[in-house]
Design a binder for this molecule. Structure first.
Ligand code: ADP
Length: 520
């Protein structure tokens, strides 16, 4: 027995945690147990003294493991042990104990504290189960959306392609108007599909940002150029202004940055009837090897009332209920942008006055290094006027191999390619594509990704493998309705040279094909 003065005894017995001393003599036995420990076991204290851990431990193997650990390391911490109570019920306990020597320096003792965590564990397991179930549901939702998007995109490809082709035929004014309206609706449906897919993937934590070196001026210029058509149609001046202090070469996810800027510029142009829209980029702060950039998009549009300025960053929220009727849109763009900005360790906010205009600001962090920068950094300012039609080079007849299993998609792609005067041969799986290029020269292969027998990614890998012997390189472009950034990455990793998203935008497809051939 342990000799204790009364105060110490009271203290030890009042504590709501089990305290014990255990003697490691021949079989082992408890030589001290406080009131809490006895209560835990539902025994009288005198009944605890003299019994051993073997008598109350649920699992002998667990006990042997703990015993070995304490004897070799001198202590155990944060271990779990299952104990049997007097009535046979089981409790889960956490245990912390140290190995000590008795006063006579001969006998070994274990002093420890023990706590009943049965309820805590149950709650934890419940939470864990709930978390797993939620994760499973979320990933099922995400998969469902990805598949749905694919399933919907394939027929949309046919709809948009056929409308495009019909628009190029002789039509009465009425027919042209009808088809143009249908085309606009199909385009809107497609962009809604993209937004829903994006927000669900962001929310499911499925989007991982890339860290790749890129030229910021190229991003701002191409976005400006792309949107100049829209701005010029409305007679709005679109300007891009990058401060000279902004490092030109930065490391981050240019695709997602582009997505945020396009969304803000698109809105700015959409909600502005006259005046101007300006994108500005400056430095917010810089640290060793890192820069925080401040982007702003200013318009002279309708503005946003103060009480709506927070809500518009939430999903499916628009400043004014009549917005959808007047301007279209779904209220997803800013929510996606906010999530992406947060992933770039930044913030997004707005300053706006009704009837005067709005400025959307956002910050984002990028990696930088001095080695990446060029010498002559200067201000980069551009006013975008609507680009002229790209000058087409002297027409060259291309030989194209199309690997696509869906007959509708085959028909559309062939029609669009033949319209350029190009020659097209069609196969319906990846293996046939490989067989087909053995004794024929093609300028480019357009490869669907999902195909029977051998899919587009595997076929490309095989072709690249074979080319190691011949030293040739045939350009391969993916054609797929799977439009997520990760899918694009998979295509490039398999050895493809580029990516044509479905539904096919004819002009885009021609220019991607011409670009890849120019690169050689
Ligand atoms: P959508 O434009 O598809 O409705 P967003 O999330 O991009 O979705 O925008 C949400 C709402 O915020 C818009 O519907 C509009 O009411 C408001 N808004 C966004 N940008 C502007 C802007 N530049 N000027 C005025 N209102 C804007």
């Amino acid at each position: 027995m342990i000799e204790m003065n009364t105060k110490l005894k009271d203290l030890v017995n009042n504590l709501e945690i089990g305290i014990f001393r255990y003697s490691l003599d021949s079989r082992g036995k408890f030589v001290f147990a406080n009131a809490a420990f006895s209560r835990m076991l539902n025994k009288k204290t005198e009944d605890v003294l003299g019994i051993s851990f073997q008598d109350i431990c649920e699992n002998p193997e667990e006990l042997t493991r703990l015993n070995t650990k304490i004897c070799s390391q001198g202590r155990v911490e944060n271990e779990w042990i299952g104990l049997k109570r007097e009535d046979g019920s089981l409790i889960q306990c956490s245990i912390k104990a140290v190995l000590v020597k008795d006063d006579n320096e001969k006998d070994l003792l274990i002093d420890g504290i023990i706590e009943d965590i049965t309820e805590h564990k149950k709650a934890r397991e419940g939470l864990l189960q709930a978390k797993l179930a939620a994760e499973e549901a979320s990933s099922a939702k995400s998969m469902f959306l990805a598949n749905m998007s694919h399933e919907v995109r394939t027929p949309m490809n046919a709809v948009i392609g056929m409308l495009d082709l019909t628009l190029e035929t002789d039509l009465t004014d009425d027919q042209k108007d009808n088809i143009e309206t249908a085309k606009e609706a199909a385009d809107n449906l497609l962009s809604l599909l993209n937004d829903i897919l994006d927000i669900s993937r962001v929310e499911a934590g499925k989007i991982v940002l890339e860290k790749v070196k890129f030229d910021l001026w190229k991003v701002t210029d191409s976005v400006g150029k792309g949107l100049s058509v829209l701005a010029n149609k409305k007679n709005i001046q679109l300007t891009v202004n990058v401060d000279p202090k902004v490092p030109r070469m930065i490391v981050g996810d240019s695709t997602r940055l582009r997505q945020i800027i396009i969304n803000l510029l698109n809105n700015a142009i959409k909600f502005t009837a006259k005046g101007s829209v300006e994108l500005k980029v400056g430095v917010a702060s810089s640290l060793e090897g890192e820069v925080e950039l401040l982007f702003s998009v200013t318009d002279t549009g309708i503005g946003i009332p103060k009480d709506k300025q927070q809500a518009i960053f939430e999903v499916f929220t628009q400043a004014d209920a009549s917005t959808t009727r007047k301007f279209g849109g779904t209220g997803l763009g800013l929510a996606i942008s906010r999530k992406l900005v947060e992933m770039m360790s930044g913030k997004i906010w707005i300053e706006s006055e009704e009837g005067v205009g709005s400025t959307f600001f956002f910050t984002a962090r990028f990696d930088v290094s001095d080695q990446l920068q060029t010498q002559d950094e200067k201000e980069h300012k551009k006013v975008f006027v609507q680009g002229k039609e790209p000058v087409t080079k002297a027409a060259r007849i291309l030989n194209i191999l199309l690997a696509e299993d869906n007959p509708l998609n085959q028909k559309i792609a062939v029609k669009l390619l033949e319209k350029k005067g190009w020659l097209v041969e069609v196969v319906d799986n990846g293996q046939k594509a490989i067989d087909h290029i053995v004794d024929k020269n093609f300028d480019v292969i357009l490869m669907d990704v999902q195909m029977p027998v051998l899919d587009g990614l595997e076929a490309t890998k095989k072709i690249r493998e074979q080319e190691k012997q011949t030293g040739k390189h045939i350009p391969i472009l993916a054609m797929t309705a799977r439009a997520m950034v990760e899918d694009e990455k998979k295509c490039i990793e398999s050895g493809m040279d580029g990516y044509i998203p479905k539904p096919i935008d004819a002009v885009k497809m021609y220019s991607i094909i011409e670009q890849v051939l120019e690169k050689g």
